[in-house]
Ligand binder design. Structure first.
Ligand SMILES: [Zn+2]
Length: 434
């Protein structure tokens, strides 16, 4: 027996009720074996959840985890100028080493704030695979292909790489890693390449993740050139479907919302990034009413500027209400659902609920804090008052990744030191063009 008992706490159940219970974890399978009445089951190892609330580990449905190295490097510009003037010149200098160090930093931050799974879009994916494997979380990874500014040979090679990487790393880290085919967006990948490579991805049964309808500037060129809305264009290219999710989905009209719902395409909503880059407000309430699966993502740390998914859930509630002009829109339960089960559904992980048979991906939130007192409604607290720093323990795949705020799988101090050095060198290279 190698079971683990998360004991003495209250537990958030899939129906959003809260009850006193112990959670028995089968470490062999990495699943939850039982949610039992307190004190009725035993295990060789115990994780103390007294004074705490056991919840599903949060799932970050869209990020660029290694962008932690660019946290605070360039702020306060709109998306297009920010990318062209600041982000892309530095990204051009990114080495595989930078990616690994940046990913480790982001994963430490995620574990410390109760996130147990992420969906990442970036480059040098093999190094992110290594970091995820060591950190112990779950991830959906992929190589992000861009064709603008490239000649035909380089453009085709980049899309081929996205296909190859998705095939190579699917199932890595004992199944904790899955992959997606990743054309960056509908405006940064040329139509001829999408027409050629999307059918290949579908043929290989690869899920697809891309940015869509993030800003008006992404919508207008497609309407001008093709005479249809971006998601109609995406549908025509075979890009929409059950195993597809788009990041952002801010500027979507009614027809596009119906298309997302009809095709089973999900949306990874990134409210903080949308606010910071003044991209707009996604119609989350409308999307949910239409039956679209919506998850929540932080986007990269350079446009957020942190990877705390509790923060993001709170932002999702706030922006959702503003967008709907209705304070009852996107209520507490909806954001808690989106940042757990909703995101997990997009990533196709059996996580996001504390229930026998589900993945043993858990966070224990310490309730003994002034900002969490009194406790009228713990779901309200999860949506509006809990911070990532309230997480006491984090468990993924049945393994304890953080115990009493100490990360066990990565050396936090060493990761921070390496990241600071690496980020300094990266920016120096970019600024001198060396
Ligand atoms: Zn993004």
């Amino acid at each position: 027996m190698s079971d683990l008992l998360v004991a003495g706490g209250q537990v958030l159940r899939p129906d959003f009720t809260v009850e006193r219970a112990d959670v028995l974890v089968d470490r062999e399978s990495g699943d939850i074996a039982d949610v039992a009445d307190p004190g009725t089951v035993d295990a060789p190892e115990t994780l103390d959840a007294s004074g705490g609330l056991v919840i599903p580990g949060l799932v970050n449905a869209h990020t660029h985890v290694a962008m932690t190295l660019l946290r605070g490097y360039a702020d306060d510009k709109e998306l297009d100028a920010w990318l062209r003037e600041d982000i892309w010149p530095v990204e051009a200098e990114l080495t595989a080493e930078d990616i690994e160090v940046g990913a480790e930093l982001g994963l430490v931050e995620m574990i410390k704030s109760g996130t147990t799974a992420l969906s990442d879009m970036y480059f040098h994916v093999g190094r992110t695979v290594d970091a995820v494997e060591r950190a112990g979380v779950r991830a959906v990874l992929g190589h992000t292909a861009v064709t603008v500014g490239k000649d035909d040979e380089d453009a085709r090679a980049d899309l081929q790489r996205s296909l190859d990487v998705a095939k190579e790393f699917d199932g890595a880290a004992n199944g904790r890693i899955k992959t997606t085919f990743q054309p960056h967006s509908l405006t940064t990948v040329g139509e001829e390449y999408l027409r050629e490579f999307v059918p290949e991805a579908r043929e290989a049964d690869l899920p697809v993740h891309f940015h869509a309808n993030e800003t008006e500037n992404e919508v207008d060129p497609i309407v001008d050139e093709h005479g249809v809305r971006p998601l109609e264009y995406a549908d025509d290219l075979g890009l929409l479907g059950e195993d597809t999710y788009v990041a952002h989905g801010v500027h979507v009209d009614e027809r596009e919302i119906e298309l997302l719902a009809d095709t089973g395409t999900g949306v990874a909503h990134c409210p903080a990034s949308n606010m910071k880059l003044a991209s707009g407000m996604a119609p989350v309430q409308r999307l949910r009413e239409a039956g679209v699966t919506v998850g929540i993502g932080t986007d990269g740390a350079a446009s957020n500027n942190d990877l705390d998914a509790f923060d993001e859930a709170r932002d999702a509630a706030m922006v959702g209400k503003l967008a709907a002009e209705d304070a009852s829109a996107v209520p507490a339960e909806a954001v808690v659902e989106m940042v757990t089960r909703g995101s997990a559904d997009l990533l196709d992980f059996d996580s996001g609920r504390v229930e026998a048979g589900a993945n043993a991906d858990l966070a224990v939130v310490d309730r003994e804090a002034a900002h969490l007192t009194p406790a009228h409604d713990l779901v309200s607290h999860l949506a509006y008052a809990v911070r990532g720093s309230d997480v006491r323990h984090t468990v993924c795949d049945g393994e304890v990744l953080m115990r009493d705020r100490e990360v066990l799988t990565l050396d936090e101090a060493a990761v921070r030191e390496r990241a600071s050095e690496q980020a300094r060198d990266l920016v120096a290279r970019a600024e001198t063009g060396a």
